[in-house]
Design a protein around this ligand. Sequence first.
Ligand SMILES: [Zn+2]
Length: 193
Amino acid sequence: MPETPQELHARAAGHLQVPPVDQWDSWPFTGEIAPKALRAPGEEIVRDGEGGVDCTACARPDGDHFWTDDAWRLLAMPPGGLPVVIVLEPRVHVDNPAMMPDHLLRDMGVMLGRVERAVLSVGNIGRVHIGRWGEGAEHLHWWFIARPAGFTQMATSFAEIWNDVLPPTPREVWDDNLARIAAAMDASATSPS
Ligand SMILES: [Zn+2]
């Protein structure tokens, strides 16, 4: 029997802990920290494009993406401190893998591999983190977050925070990285499946 939201709140509120983040190599900050108060559980977030209505991703033209094919599109974020932060989206409006038909799930598996290889082809990439949260928008979007080679301090999920801690990658470098990914995606399209 899972805890109800109210039971979880009753157990946790007032008993929050501070993990030893100051000892974690990947923690980007120094100084004392304290947990925020745990809000009482409430309504779920209303996400962009709920039910496929007024979906920003569906309405976005191909020209806003740096690579597309018949079924998938790659969107780049504005330059951040990491070398590559991009999003893979299917053209069809689906929320999450649990709701996808098997043929699309199989295609998605191939795409996750192709995009990771394409990001690695940029060069000087230590690791590619792949994530799917879907808290802000319903339209399925996979994040590909590249951790630069040699910077193990930026390992794990804190890479996302480091992306904002580091000054942005120069625009010409960012654009060249995206061009390399697009070229690698085109090259891999002819690979036998
Ligand atoms: Zn959509």
